[in-house]
Structure formats: structure tokens, C-alpha cells
Design a protein around this ligand. Structure first.
Ligand code: 5AD
Ligand code: SF4
Length: 470
């Protein structure tokens, strides 16, 4: 019996064991990969008869899917655990914590010492065993720790409960081999492993059948999809001509029903010409590319182990702009990496000035235990980090305002996602460049791609009106 079949048996056993009307809450931290993992955890829980609630007090299980990329997530987890202590004492709620943070020994040690009431601790490579872990805790009434240090396998066939009926994320690879010196991911997610082309294509086909319109391909380093397998001659089965990221885009572009394809995150060093060509050629691939910069200074980039220079990054952007009509770019930037001087930080501002990103995700450098960055002696004082962050933020916001103006009066193709969160009378959707647009319209438009004329801009969203010939 394979692992997933075995886990399905545990799902059934838990269902039989429990009363009806069991409920769970889930708190997901971090990136879209973690959100996709949470969708799998929700899928397993629902298969076991649990129903999701947002009300902690009525939950029988509280689940946390943690992230450890930056330290604020830790404060958040420990704060939440403090709150849950009372519920544990009052009604014996089961508390389970999984995800990247659980792959860090100093964190699991702290949980065991300071929050001994936590029932299950599981890691990134043991997510698929959650039904078995839960069954054991329910029947044996003891605490359980299920963490593996080795690189996990890629499991297929887990149930999944997706957050949206229109947009779906599909993980195409796990892990990272790059070891950027600030980043904890390679230590907690292990080495790169790609899913088989057939499994991905079949999942996307099934999503199209269910009516999904937008697919986001996920991985820590999507554009090196199948690279390790090719280089190390690890066998994989080519399917529909897919043997690389470029050919994967091509194959997914052919799937009827899917109207938009996005992907996060690629690494600039692996952005090969064949990928650029497919972004340009494939009509469904959005022309917004997320291209993490991290720093605009060559020396800092070297210290970060990013393997490109300021000039190489700018040249890549130029080449992409030439070859991909209507290209827009977004990026990630870290300020205050160890040793970064004021002058070096100016280079980051310079690149931001030049590229004019559609969106910039800005981060203050956060020391991560076990990474080379943490051991560097020339850490930048908090005050300077915050100053630089604010300068960058000012520049980015002024660029966003300027950029938003360009949308006014234009017609944009928008995928309608649902009611606007703040005003149920209005609908919300996104442009190809991932800008939120809010507009008046009939609910029957949800899930459709429509033309909107942009009428005004409001920093983080645009307003639009329906173009008559839709
Ligand atoms: N400190 C701050 N930001 C970080 N990131 C990754 N590690 C750190 C860290 N230690 C940012 C990078 C990455 C994004 C997902 O998180 O910009 O691209
Ligand atoms: Fe972290 Fe760098 Fe890998 Fe991204 S590419 S996950 S930043 S080590």
C-alpha cells in the first residue's frame, strides 16, 4: 500500500472515531507554497469529517501552518499559543503545528519547554502523515512529534480543499538548492525536487474541468523546474513534450478552459531565453513577471550568494522588455543585509528607479539561525535598517502612484474573482498585471474575463466600469 492510500485509511478511521460536527481552525503564515500546503491540510481534515470555522472557541482542532522566512512569524505563533492555553484547559482543544518553523530545532525545543500543551508538531516533509498523527493523538492521548530531516518525497493524490473556485495554485517543485546567505528555506524545505510533468498537467486539466480559470505555478525556484533531474540524470517521464519550465508553460497554455497562467518565483540567474520566449508566445501566460532583486548592489548580491550582478539584472530586464510586449515586473527587496552601506543601498534605489516595478515586496533583513548571514559580524543596526526601509517605501509608493495614473482611461482585461471584501455591492477582479480593480456589476460575471475601463486609482486598487460590448 502506498503512503497516501495508508493515510486515506487513517482519514476514515478518524472520521469513524469522532462525533459529528467536528470543527477546525487553520492559520497559515508565509508564502503561496504554504497556502497550497494548507489547502491540502484542509482537504485531509474535511475528508476526516471536520468542518472549517473562523471561531476559535467552537473549534476542536487548531492548526498552524508556520513560516520561518522572517522573525515576525515567530512572535505571532507564540502569541497565538498563549491565547490558546485557556481553550486547551477548558475544552481540551487539539493543537497542531506544522510547516517550515517546525524544521528548526530551537523552535521545537522552545515549544516543548514553554508550550507543553501542544499536541502535534509536524514538519514540511511529513504533512501527508497528518491523518495518522492525528489518529494516534486521539487514540493514545499523548503528544506527538513527527519531523523528518531528510528531503521529503513528492506525494501525489492528497485531498485538497481550495480557497477559491476561480484561481488555483499548483506546486510544481519543492525545495531550493541556491542557499542565498540570508535564507532559511534550503534548510527547512530541503533540496529541489520537481513533480512529474504528467501529474502537473493532469492536475491542471482537472482544474480546468472544474471551471478554474487561473493557475499559479508554485515553487521556490520555478524556472529551474526539472533542472536537477536533467543535470543529475534522475529519471523523469517526459509528457506532452514537457522537460523544462519553458515546455511546461507551453503545455499548460494549450489546456482548454484555463485563461491565465502565473508563476512564482523564478530566480534571475536561471531566466533562460526559452522561458522568455514562451512568456512572449503563450497567450495565457500573464505578462507580469515576479523577478526577485533582493539588492541592487553587486557586492551585496555577491555576499547574498545571488550569482548575478546589478548590470546582469538590468540587462535581463532590458532583454525581457524588448522581447515581451506589455511586460510588467514585480520584485522582492531586502534592506539592511549585513555589511550593506548607505552607498550600496543607493544602488538598490537606483535599480528601482530604472526598472519601475509594478509592485515591490519590501523586507527588512531578519537574522535566521543557521544561515551564513546570521554569522556575519557586520550586522546593520535596526535604526538604519528602518531608515532605509522608509526611503525605499517612499520611492516605491511614488512610483506606484505615477504608474496607476497610466491605467486611467485604458481598457483592461479583468478576471472577476468575487464580491469586494469591503463593499459587497461591488465586484473585484485583477488585471493581467495583478492590479485589483473594483467595479459595479452583476454577480453572474464572477469567474468571467471581462473588459473594464479604468476610471480612477486609489494606491492599492483601481476603479473601473464595464465596457458595453462585453
Ligand atoms: N530577511 C528578510 N527577508 C527575507 N526574505 C527571505 N529571507 C529573508 C530574511 N532572512 C525575503 C526575500 C524573499 C522573500 C520571499 O522573503 O526577499 O524573496
Ligand atoms: Fe531562499 Fe534564495 Fe532559495 Fe529563494 S532562491 S528560497 S531566497 S535560498
Amino acid at each position: 500500500m502506498n503512503e497516501i492510500e495508508e493515510q486515506r485509511k487513517y482519514m476514515q478511521k478518524v472520521k469513524e472515531l469522532n462525533n459529528k460536527n467536528m470543527k477546525y481552525t487553520i492559520l497559515t503564515m508565509g508564502c503561496q507554497l504554504n497556502e497550497n500546503d494548507s489547502e491540502k491540510l484542509c482537504g485531509m481534515l474535511e475528508e476526516m469529517g471536520y468542518e472549517r470555522t473562523e471561531n476559535q472557541k467552537e473549534a476542536d482542532i487548531a492548526l498552524f501552518n508556520t513560516c520561518c522566512v522572517r522573525e515576525n512569524a515567530e512572535d505571532r505563533l507564540f502569541g497565538k499559543l498563549g491565547e490558546l492555553k485557556k481553550l486547551k484547559e477548558e475544552k481540551g482543544i487539539i493543537i497542531a503545528i506544522g510547516g517550515c518553523m517546525m524544521q528548526e530545532k530551537h523552535i521545537t525545543d522552545k515549544i516543548k519547554e514553554s508550550y507543553p500543551f501542544v499536541d502535534i508538531i509536524f514538519g514540511t516533509h511529513t504533512l501527508q502523515r497528518f491523518p495518522e498523527d492525528l489518529y494516534k493523538v486521539l487514540t493514545e492521548k499523548k503528544k506527538l512529534e513527527d519531523i523528518l530531516d531528510i528531503d521529503g518525497m513528492v506525494y501525489e493524490g492528497l485531498p485538497i480543499k481550495r480557497d477559491s473556485k476561480i484561481k488555483a495554485s499548483v506546486t510544481i517543485m519543492n525545495g531550493c538548492n541556491n542557499f542565498c546567505s540570508y535564507c532559511i528555506v534550503p534548510y527547512v524545505r530541503g533540496r529541489e525536487r520537481s513533480r512529474q510533468p504528467r501529474a502537473i498537467i493532469e492536475e491542471v486539466r482537472e482544474l480546468a474541468k472544474q471551471g478554474y480559470k487561473e493557475i499559479t505555478l508554485l515553487g521556490q525556484n520555478v524556472n529551474s523546474y526539472l533542472r536537477v533531474e536533467r543535470e543529475k540524470q534522475i529519471p523523469f517521464e517526459e509528457y506532452e513534450g514537457v522537460h523544462s519550465f519553458a515546455t511546461l508553460l507551453q503545455a499548460i497554455n494549450k489546456i482548454d478552459g484555463i485563461e491565465r497562467i502565473r508563476f512564482v518565483s523564478p530566480h534571475p540567474k536561471d531566466f533562460t531565453d526559452d522561458v522568455i520566449k514562451q512568456i512572449a508566445n503563450c497567450d495565457k501566460v500573464c505578462k507580469l513577471v515576479h523577478l526577485p532583486l533582493q539588492s541592487g548592489n553587486t557586492k551585496v548580491l555577491k555576499e547574498m550568494n545571488r550569482k548575478y550582478t546589478k548590470e546582469q539584472y538590468l540587462n535581463l530586464v532590458e532583454k525581457m522588455k524588448e522581447r515581451i510586449p506589455n511586460l510588467t515586473l514585480s520584485t522582492d527587496i531586502i534592506v539592511g543585509f549585513p555589511g550593506e552601506t548607505d552607498e550600496e543601498f543607493e544602488d538598490t534605489l537606483d535599480v528601482v528607479e530604472k526598472v519601475k516595478f509594478e509592485q515591490v515586496y519590501m523586507f527588512i533583513y531578519s537574522r535566521r539561525v543557521g544561515t551564513p548571514g546570521d554569522k556575519m559580524e557586520n550586522q546593520v543596526p535596526d535604526e538604519i535598517k528602518h531608515k532605509r526601509f522608509n526611503r525605499l517605501k517612499e520611492l516605491v509608493e511614488s512610483q506606484i502612484e505615477e504608474n496607476n495614473q497610466k491605467y486611467i482611461g485604458t481598457i483592461q482585461k479583468v478576471l472577476v474573482e468575487g464580491e469586494s471584501k469591503n463593499n459587497k455591492e461591488l465586484l473585484t477582479g485583477r488585471t493581467d498585471s495583478n492590479k485589483v480593480v473594483i467595479f459595479e456589476g452583476d454577480k453572474s460575471l464572477i469567474g468571467q474575463m471581462i473588459d473594464l475601463k479604468i476610471t480612477s486609482e486609489h494606491m492599492w486598487y483601481l476603479k473601473g466600469s464595464i465596457v458595453e460590448n462585453n
